[in-house]
Design a binder for this molecule. Structure first.
Ligand code: ING
Length: 312
């Protein structure tokens, strides 16, 4: 028995400050068309797929900052994309900066949505693990101001039963935290869709090699996949954005932790793999049969303690 879903990981090359959403959507549509030609039924795009990675810029003018956010989804620039995907019968996810009024206040999130093959927004996720800092940091080779521009996500780590499987999402830095995958694993997730924008250099450790950073990227996703017996689709925005390089490494990871397909370039590239969602069953029923093997009576600090409390 197999529940196969052909997935397209739609890596995007760089998006410059000067690039309009219309131009970016045209690039996304070109990848969507290629996915249609290759008979994909689900396409995954990166974090902040509509704009440059603006948290690298130290901005204080709220009007300037808010130019990077979407106030409605779909909006005028993204509606053509939603329409074409529905025409093709292809589901998709992508990340964007969300500006929303809730409880009479404006809120700003680093968000991803999941849209099914009939064009319905099935799910939304708001990034929980925000890396970086709030104030300008002279010790860094480049700024990473996600803690200034976004609030911590308030939707948890949902999993949705859609398009024939159990699907979840996370965003970028979330992929480095085991809790992210386990919270979805405890809901039976069979495929995790995530996008990332990751600088080639670590702003706090310029000596860290690009090879080491790519190792950490794949290690995080492979571990998450293996330890929760789920597919993981990790999609980069890559290349040099206004002089700031982001790394690629888009990959589709099988439930046994092996990478089954990955990008060769640092530009717009569709990486395709057939993902049998039933391939998640063996791990879930044996080595990672949570009900049979987990001992939650010992896990309290994982949920109750934030930082390290070392013995004296
Ligand atoms: N980017 C990076 C990521 O988690 C980062 C943040 C940079 C983490 C350097 C570690 C080292 O891939 C985003 N957008 O979270």
């Amino acid at each position: 028995m197999s529940r196969n879903i052909r997935v397209g990981a739609a890596q995007l090359g760089p998006i410059q400050l000067a690039d309009t959403r219309e131009v970016v959507v045209e690039r996304m549509l070109a990848l969507l068309h290629q996915a249609h030609e290759e008979r994909c039924s689900l396409v995954v795009y990166p974090e902040l797929a509509l704009t440059t990675f603006f948290p690298r810029w130290d901005m204080s003018d709220q009007e300037e900052i808010d130019n990077f956010y979407e106030r409605e989804m779909p909006g005028p620039e993204t509606r053509p994309f939603f329409d074409r995907a529905k025409e093709y019968g292809i589901g998709f996810s992508f990340g964007y900066a969300e500006l929303v009024e809730e409880g009479g206040k404006l809120h700003r999130y680093n968000t991803a949505i999941l849209v099914d093959s009939e064009g319905h927004i099935v799910g939304k996720y708001r990034k929980v693990h925000l890396p970086g800092h709030v104030e300008h940091d002279d010790d860094r080779t480049h700024q990473h101001l996600e803690k200034r521009y976004f609030e911590v996500g308030n939707l948890g780590f949902p999993v949705w039963r859609t398009m024939g499987g159990l699907m979840g999402m996370c965003v970028c830095n979330d992929r480095r935290w085991p809790e992210t995958y386990r919270l979805m694993g405890l809901q039976g997730v069979e495929i995790v869709l995530l996008g990332y924008n990751t600088p080639v250099t670590n702003s706090l450790s310029p000596d860290e090699s690009p090879e080491t950073r790519m190792f950490h990227n794949h290690l995080s996703m492979q571990a998450g996949a293996y330890q929760n017996s789920t597919w993981v689709v990790g999609v980069a925005k890559a290349g040099i954005e206004d002089g700031h390089p982001l790394f690629a490494g888009t990959a589709i990871v099988a439930p046994n932790g092996e990478i089954v397909a990955q990008a060769d370039t640092e530009t717009d590239e569709l990486v395709v793999a057939d993902c049998d969602l039933d391939a998640t069953k063996f791990g879930k029923e044996t080595i990672f049969n949570f009900a049979a093997h987990r001992r939650i009576e010992h896990y309290g600090p994982i949920a109750n303690q934030t930082g390290v409390q070392a013995p004296n």
